[in-house]
Design a protein around this ligand. Structure first.
Ligand code: SAM
Length: 153
């Protein structure tokens, strides 16, 4: 990092392809691209996310779930976890507040969702979150620990 900062006039990185990460690891790839290209490390990263997430509160511990999501729910997609990794947060949400007939969608890169050990009512969808959201409907954004989830209005 000191080397990268010195070479960039001590300005913060604004481009994921030109960060201390590239200098430190010796790659031209961004963080997630490198983990995809290095599956052993990618698997370890996903396992770490699964582990640390189990220690965090879920967005649903911080949000008025009953009033804002469940009351008046008429079926269909209840939560889309965008960049949801292996699906651990969705599973915790379901375990905490099971909602009959609700559908939950896990989105991430194709390789990640293919490895996700999820089961009904979670379905997976490969999706790059820098592209248009394919799940249509009216959504609220819940920001939690830098992660984004989309939930029903
Ligand atoms: C820091 S991890 C968080 C995983 C999970 N949401 C959690 O809180 O444990 C970021 C996740 O975003 C995914 N991701 C990164 N860039 C993405 C993109 N452009 N489109 C979809 N998913 C992406 C990664 O594969 C990874 O699973």
């Amino acid at each position: 990092m000191p080397e990268w900062l010195e070479n960039h006039d001590y300005k913060p990185p604004l481009n994921t392809l030109d960060c201390p990460w590239q200098t430190g690891v010796g790659t031209d790839l961004d963080f997630f691209g490198w983990h995809q290209a290095n599956p052993v490390q990618g698997e370890r990263f996903n396992a770490v996310m699964q582990g640390v997430a189990s220690e965090w509160k879920t967005p649903m511990d911080l949000y008025p779930v009953q009033e804002r999501l469940i009351d008046g729910f008429e079926g269909g997609v209840l939560v889309v976890d965008v960049g949801g990794g292996l699906g651990h947060d969705l599973q915790r949400i379901i375990d905490r507040d099971p909602v009959p007939a609700a559908q939950y969608i896990l989105q991430d890169f194709a390789e990640i969702v293919a490895a996700a050990p999820v089961k009904e009512p979670i379905t997976t969808m490969a999706h790059d979150f820098f592209t248009d959201q394919p799940v249509q409907g009216q959504y609220k954004d819940i920001q939690n620990c830098g992660e984004l989830m989309l939930t029903r209005c």
